[in-house]
Design a protein around this ligand. Structure first.
Ligand SMILES: [Zn+2]
Length: 208
C-alpha cells in the first residue's frame, strides 16, 4: 500500500526529534550521505537510476526515523524560553478537540481559538493564553474573562516543548516514531494521558 503522505521523523545524532520530512527529503539526505543512522520499519523503497559503472539499479531504503549530522534548524529548541509556532490544528490536538469550557468533543471545523484573557484586555496570542473552544462557548464568553462569563476551564493551557509540538503536528504517526517522541516528552507532560494510542500505526510500507 503506497502512502506518500507518511512522514519520516528526522532527529539529530542524539535522537532528539527535529522535524517531519517527506520521502523526497529523506531520499535526498540518504543520497547526500547525511544520515548517520536510521531506525524503525521501512516506510519507503525508492528506486533510482542505473549505475553506469556497476549496471546495478540504485535503491534507497527509508526507515521511519533518520538521524542526521550537521547543523540543524532545531538549534535552540531546548531553550527554556522556546515556544513553538501557534496554529489551530496543533492547538486543537493539544486539547484533544475538546472545548475546554463545556468539555464536549468537536471536529476541527466546529472549533475556534479562544483567548482566555481577551486580546482587548491585554491578553496575548500565545500558547499559554489560548484554548480550544466550541463556537457556542466562544460566542458566549465574548470579550470577557472566564470568571466574568461564568465559565471554568477544564484544563490549563500549556506551551508544548519542541518534541510535543512535533507530535501535535502529525496526522499519522508510527509506533517507532512515537517511541522517539515520548522519550523526549517532559516527564510531567499533560499529553501523556491524552495520547490516543489507537491512532498510532504499526504497519506502513511504500514502494516507489
Ligand atoms: Zn463549548
Amino acid at each position: 500500500m503506497q502512502d506518500l503522505h507518511l512522514k519520516v521523523l528526522r532527529t539529530d545524532v542524539a535522537g532528539m526529534p527535529l522535524e517531519w520530512i517527506n520521502y523526497q527529503q529523506a531520499a535526498k539526505l540518504h543520497a547526500l550521505d547525511q544520515v548517520v543512522y536510521d531506525v524503525g520499519q521501512t516506510v519507503y523503497r525508492i528506486h533510482g537510476g542505473i549505475s553506469a559503472v556497476s549496471g546495478q539499479r540504485s535503491r534507497i531504503t527509508v526507515r521511519a526515523v533518520i538521524a542526521t549530522c550537521g547543523v540543524h534548524p532545531g538549534h535552540g529548541h531546548n531553550h527554556p524560553a522556546y515556544s513553538p509556532p501557534l496554529c489551530n490544528t496543533s492547538l486543537f490536538k493539544r486539547d484533544q478537540n475538546l472545548c475546554l469550557y463545556c468539555g464536549d468533543q468537536f471536529r476541527d471545523i466546529e472549533l475556534s481559538r479562544d483567548h482566555v484573557t481577551p486580546i482587548s484586555r491585554g491578553g496575548q496570542d500565545i500558547w499559554s493564553n489560548v484554548v480550544t473552544a466550541c463556537k457556542r462557548c466562544n460566542n458566549h464568553k465574548a470579550d470577557r474573562s472566564p470568571e466574568q462569563a461564568g465559565l471554568e476551564l477544564i484544563a490549563i493551557p500549556f506551551i508544548p516543548t519542541h518534541a510535543e509540538y512535533i507530535f501535535l503536528q502529525s496526522k499519522q504517526i508510527l509506533a517507532d516514531q512515537m517511541d522517539f517522541l515520548l522519550a523526549h516528552f517532559p516527564r510531567n507532560s499533560p499529553l501523556l494521558e491524552r495520547i490516543d494510542k489507537s491512532l498510532i500505526e504499526h504497519e506502513a510500507t511504500g514502494e516507489h
